[in-house]
Design a protein around this ligand. Structure first.
Ligand SMILES: Cc1ncc(COP(=O)(O)O)c(C=O)c1O
Length: 470
């Protein structure tokens, strides 16, 4: 081995063309005075604050871009719109117009999709709780049933036996990809042998038929290789299932593509930490084409590739307008503002650092500010630390992206839930969900006669309102 000669380490100063190598603290605060050409102030005055504002143009552009990213590689791709992400009827209808199927996880979501006119054959029915009555309906109507656990399998088999037919289904599986934290509570586990046992059980049944394999490896997956690994696993298993000549109709890889939001705990901004959608589509489709090549070698068509993206489709298509209702100083001397929307309307503030913009130009230097919500609850914090100029009561803020998992998880806790509008066409605005009021919240309540201060035996909200008012 050649003898290395030790050299004294040298430090070479780097000459920068600027005096301050750390750059300068950013003083400009983002201002956003309109959404799709409609002034924030007009929206807030007309529909109230807080207000969810949805951009139809952005939503359509998002789904088209995602679909295009997949179809550039694989022709037979189906998108199932994950209702729980945002099941506003207008949002779902836009996506169905764009060709997305419905992915639902409960009786409510199934009924909603049917009520919106989605044919049952285009409804993917996931979720761990499908009571018998809704399963019977979904099976009779021909929905794609994805089985979550053994008891459900038994229930489906008994419904199928009653119907004296073979019911098609898909099995939801969970397994390690090696690149993301596995979600193991839904579906049948592969490593433990539960998945293969379920497959054998379906194959042995006179009343069941396996049509598809499904997985949802998690959400906000930051590494496309996790999908490639998942798709490869599903394709290998599909091939194993098909060794007796049966054919699966589809492989469903679930959702989980990230949005452009800023996850707490990730130091880099989303533009730097989140891979492009095209990278995911390429990784998924490459693994799928390789994994299903055996079909083509046998002169057969590949199964369809289904994906169920939620947040990547809608998150940046919705903003929340909120207003400052009060100011204070925190115990450690930082400025704080109380907003009219908090965790009740912005549940994802628990895990995102949402960008916050001012609707009108800033007055003064930004400072490290705390944004509280309106709830009488200590954890109701919209941002623990954000650079904002001095705020005044009545100032409007725009928080975005908020389209995923906020309106659907919003709470009637302490406050009414806000209205939602859709901006479409040429700056047209339509109300797509009215703001709640006492009737909305108390409508389902019944006041027994002995508790009513006056009025008939069982009273609903009208008389209740009288009681409250009187
Ligand atoms: C089965 C299933 N599919 C799709 C989704 C949508 O996920 P995402 O919004 O991360 O794309 C979810 C969300 O949890 C899910 O559970």
């Amino acid at each position: 081995m050649a003898k290395m000669i030790w050299q004294t380490p040298r430090m070479t100063p780097v000459a920068l063309p600027t005096l301050n190598p750390f750059g300068r603290r950013r003083t400009g605060v983002d201002v956003q005075s309109e959404i799709d050409g409609v002034p924030i102030e007009t929206l807030a005055e007309r529909y109230g604050s807080p207000l969810y504002v949805t951009s139809e143009q952005r939503l359509r552009a998002n789904i088209r871009r995602i679909r295009q990213a997949f179809t550039a590689h694989c022709p037979n791709v189906i998108h199932g719109w994950s209702y729980k992400t945002n099941y506003n009827g207008a949002v779902c209808s836009i996506l169905h117009q764009e060709g997305s199927w419905a992915e639902v996880v409960s009786r409510f979501e199934y009924e909603k999709a049917r009520a919106l006119g989605v044919p049952a054959e285009q409804i993917i029915f996931n979720g761990p709780n499908k009571p018998r009555a809704i399963l019977e309906r979904a099976i009779a109507e021909g929905a794609l049933i994805h089985v979550d656990h053994g008891d459900e399998l038994e229930l489906i088999e008994s419904i199928a036996a009653e119907r004296r037919e073979r019911v098609p289904l898909a099995l939801r599986l969970n397994f390690k990809t090696g690149y993301s934290e596995p979600w193991s509570r839904f579906g049948f586990n592969l490593e433990s042998g539960a998945a293969r046992a379920a497959i054998s059980r379906v194959k042995a049944s006179r009343h069941l038929r396996i049509d598809g394999l499904h997985c949802h490896i998690g959400t906000f997956i930051l590494d496309p290789r996790a999908y490639a690994a998942a798709v490869t696993t599903l394709c290998l298993l599909a091939r194993e299932i098909e060794s007796d000549g049966r054919r699966l109709r589809y492989i469903d890889i679930g959702g989980g593509l990230p949005s452009g939001n800023a996850l707490q705990g990730i130091y880099l901004p989303p533009e730097q930490s989140t891979p492009d959608l095209e990278e995911y589509a390429e990784a998924i489709c490459k693994a799928f084409l390789e994994g299903t090549a055996y079909r083509v070698e046998h002169g057969e068509a590949r199964p369809a590739l289904v994906f169920e993206s939620g947040r990547a489709v809608i998150d940046d298509a919705q903003s929340l307008i909120t207003s400052v209702v009060g100011r204070k100083e925190t115990a450690d001397g930082r400025p704080a503002a109380i907003l009219d929307a908090g965790l009740n309307a912005l549940f994802t503030a628990l895990w995102y650092d949402h960008p916050v913009r001012l609707a009108s130009p800033a007055r003064g230097e930004p400072r490290d500010t705390v944004l509280y919500g309106p709830l009488c609850m200590n954890i109701d914090v919209v941002r623990h630390s954000v650079q904002l100029p001095p705020l005044a009561v009545g100032d409007r803020l725009v928080i975005a992206p908020v389209g995923a998992y906020n309106s659907t998880q919003s709470m009637q806790f302490i406050e009414y839930r806000p209205a939602t509008v859709l901006i479409h066409g040429d700056r047209e605005v339509s109300l797509i969900r009215a703001a709640e009021d006492l009737a909305t919240v108390c409508g389902p309540e019944r006041l027994p006669a002995h508790l009513a201060r006056r009025g008939p035996a069982a009273v609903a909200c009208g008389p209740l309102r009288r009681v409250v008012g009187g």
